[in-house]
Design a binder for this molecule. Structure first.
Ligand code: GAR
Length: 186
């Protein structure tokens, strides 16, 4: 079974959803969660689910080889970014070519790039008066949110839509599609 490391910075609801789907369908094992935020909700989720966590600071990702060493020693096959807000360094992309997948809460190339994450994306989409939004699942390359797109799903934006209500719709799309799209790649 492929061994997965999930990188996450926030609440971790996608990570938990992936865990349940992969366990239930015996598709992959989530062997490690890498987190860069001591306040992140993912930490309590990981503890409840019994998944080991590596808490990192900037140096361990960019300057040292801490992350690579853990990934190699745990025989990680795939990296999944589920709400991870730091840029993935080139050395990691070289180590895992076409094996790092990100989910982004907009229809890329719209509303992607540095600083575009989570609620900021939904606020920008609403402010621009868009009539639809969606999710993008893509391979990770050296540029934020610019790797090859694997899958997109759309949802309409209603007249009275708020960033909060859009975030809920987007999360539903993510829960439905992200596990299946990943399963199709493994
Ligand atoms: C998700 O909506 C994901 O698409 C987004 O962060 C949220 C994390 O939610 N990712 C980005 O914005 C990346 N640029 P979660 O922590 O509850 O899974």
């Amino acid at each position: 079974m492929p061994r997965i490391a999930i990188f996450a910075s926030g609440n971790g609801s996608n990570a938990e959803n992936l865990f349940h789907y992969f366990s239930q369908h015996k598709i992959a094992e989530i062997s490690l969660i890498i987190c860069n935020n001591l306040q992140a909700g993912i930490l309590a989720r990981a503890q409840n689910l019994g998944i080991p966590v590596l808490l990192i600071h900037k140096n361990s990702l960019y300057q040292q080889n801490v992350v690579e060493n853990w990934l190699i020693s745990l025989k990680i096959d795939w990296i999944v970014l589920a709400g991870f807000l730091w840029k993935i360094p080139e050395k990691l992309i070289a180590l895992y070519p076409k094996k790092i997948v990100n989910i982004h809460p907009s229809l890329l190339p719209k509303y992607g790039g540095k600083g575009m994450y989570g609620m900021r994306v939904h606020e920008a989409v609403i402010a621009a008066g868009e009539t639809e939004s969606g999710i993008s699942i893509h391979f990770v390359n050296e540029a934020y949110d610019e790797g090859a797109i694997i899958f997109q799903a759309r949802c309409p934006i209603e007249m009275d839509e708020t960033a909060d209500s859009l975030a809920r719709k987007i999360h539903q799309l993510e829960y439905e599609h992200f596990p299946k799209v990943l399963a199709s790649l493994f």
